[in-house]
Structure formats: C-alpha cells, structure tokens
Design a protein around this ligand. Sequence first.
Ligand SMILES: C[S@@+](CC[C@H](N)C(=O)[O-])C[C@H]1O[C@@H](n2cnc3c(N)ncnc32)[C@H](O)[C@@H]1O
Length: 336
Amino acid sequence: MFLNNFKIISKINKNRRHKKFICIFLILFLLLLLVIVLNACNSKKNSKYFYFDKYETFVYNNIKETLLKSKCSIMWNNQREFMNGIIRKFKPKKLLELGVMFGGSSIIILNAIRDIKNSHLYSIDIDNSPIVGSCVKQNFSYLADKWTLFKGNIAAKYMKYIGKNIDLAFVDTSHFEPGEILDFLLILPFLKEEAIIIFHDIDHQITKTKGKGMRYYWAPYIIFNLIRGKKFYPSGTGVLNKDIGAIKLEKNQKRFIHDYCRALGGHWEYFLSEEHISIIKSFFKKYYDDECLIILNEAISFNKDFVKNNRKKPFYSRFFKKNNGTDIKLKNKRLR
Ligand SMILES: C[S@@+](CC[C@H](N)C(=O)[O-])C[C@H]1O[C@@H](n2cnc3c(N)ncnc32)[C@H](O)[C@@H]1O
C-alpha cells in the first residue's frame, strides 16, 4: 500500500517536472523568437541600405510622365525616386531647397509633400532670371500653393525670413568650391536637430565624365562625406556612382563645426562678390565662433588671387546662354 502510494506520488511529481520543463522550454523559445524579431526590425531600421528609391514610388509616379515630357528635371530617374522616398518616409513639414534652376527638383518635392499637412517648401536660387522655377508655374501650377521662391541672392540673405526648425533641406547649387560647403554653413543654424539633408551630385567628378570635365566639382563630395550623421543612398550597383545621398544629422552638430569651417580652406573655383562677402561675414559673426570667422577670412584672402588666375565656368552654365552679356536665356537642349 505504502509502496503503491509512493509510486503514484512519484509519477505525479514526474509529470509536474515534465510540465515545468516544457513551460521553461516554451518561455525560452518565445524569448529567443522575440530577440530574433527585434533584431531583424532593428537591423532593417539601421541599415544604410534601406532603399528609399523603392519607397512609395507611386507618389512620384503621379507626376512622372508629365515631368519627363516637360524636360524640367535634370536628375536621373532613380534620384527622383530616392528624393520622393526620403520625403515620404520622414514626412517633413518645413523644407528648404538650395538650387532651383527650372524647378525640376522643386516639383518632385512639392508633389511628395502634397498630402502632408502644414508642409511648405522654401526654395532659393542665386540667379534672378525668369527661367528659375519657371517649370513649376508653367507645368505644375497646382503644386505651387505650398511653395515660396526666393531668387537673386545667397541663402544667408533669406534665412531670417524662412526661420529655424527646418526638417529637411535639399542642396544642389554650384558644385565648385566653396559652393555647397559654404551653402551648408549658411543653413546649418536653421536646421532642426537630426534634420535630413539631401545633396545632389555628390560623386559628380566621377559619374559624369569619368573625372575629365568634372574634375573640379568637389564641393558636394567633400561636404557630404564630412558631415556627421547617418548616410543613405539609392539602390543600384557600385558605391561611387549614386551621385545623390541623404544624411540624418547627428545630434549637437556644434561639436563638428570647426571641421566644416576648415573645409572652406581649399582652392576655390569662383570668388564671391563684395556684397556676398559682407553678408557671409555678418552671418558667421552672428552664428559661429571666432575660429570659424578666422578660417573664413583666411580662405577669402588666400583665394582672392587664386581664383583670378584659375577661373572656371560653373556646371549649370551649360544649361544657360548669355544674351548680350546680361540676360540669361535657356539653351535649347536640356540634359538627362
Ligand atoms: C544644378 S542646378 C539645380 C538643379 C535643380 N536642383 C534640379 O534638380 O532641377 C544649380 C542651380 O543652383 C543655383 N546656384 C548656384 N549657386 C548657388 C548658391 N550659392 N545659392 C543658391 N543657388 C545657387 C544656380 O543658379 C542653378 O540654378
């Protein structure tokens, strides 16, 4: 009797031990599964190869046909999709564009923010000619209600009207030094912490003519690679043939400001007008420290003579032709 009881109790205990073991096993298995899923999500989030040119492309496709027919855009197709994808993913509200030309990139941006509530694009072009932004008005006027265009001067002149807290900036200006290096410094104090900044033509010295004609187009390449933050590129093979990239700025960019200012110290390919020098110096005095101001002054005095003896034509001059030396008219042929 006692022996029988003992056998039953030990059987019950054995069953309980089995159940306990199965429970522990199941919990461990679920935990492992959770870790795997979380890891997969995280690596997708952190991957620099999250392909924005595949993200909500249908939004860009709404305008693709009309845009291509209008020949307003000088970007590659995957670059247009990339820009559209970045905007659709991050849903910025306050956007800034430097370098407008016909307005091809403005159209892509305006189309991408169309359904983003309270969003607005501010665009700036140094050129005051009527062709700047003309494509928006002529072919996509229904997008213009979220657009403010400033033209005729550099960014520093207009930033006080545009104001701070910019979520996303797109920079596509002269490509020559000081070009985008200086333009970036003229907008940085107005960008939100961890803002997104997209640069076009970051590999232009290589992609366009395999280094020949574009040999001096270093400005976007230098500043894009120097800026601290998480970098994104479009899909496709190769690494140096993307020619467009985006950066999610690291927090507290002030830590790196002297590196950015020092990048002004290379050989400039064009020199600034007296008016622009004065605007830029006041801007630096207001937003940067003495060290940056000293670098700026040294770069200006060093490059004054250098530029005089080494003047180059800017990249976008291929698209314009001078009429009687003053009026700028659109060349017949638009590229890409
Ligand atoms: C390459 S085009 C821009 C093309 C345009 N983003 C697009 O994709 O359709 C360069 C433009 O930048 C302008 N630009 C050059 N330097 C500039 C500067 N420092 N600030 C603002 N605009 C500038 C030129 O007048 C020209 O229209």
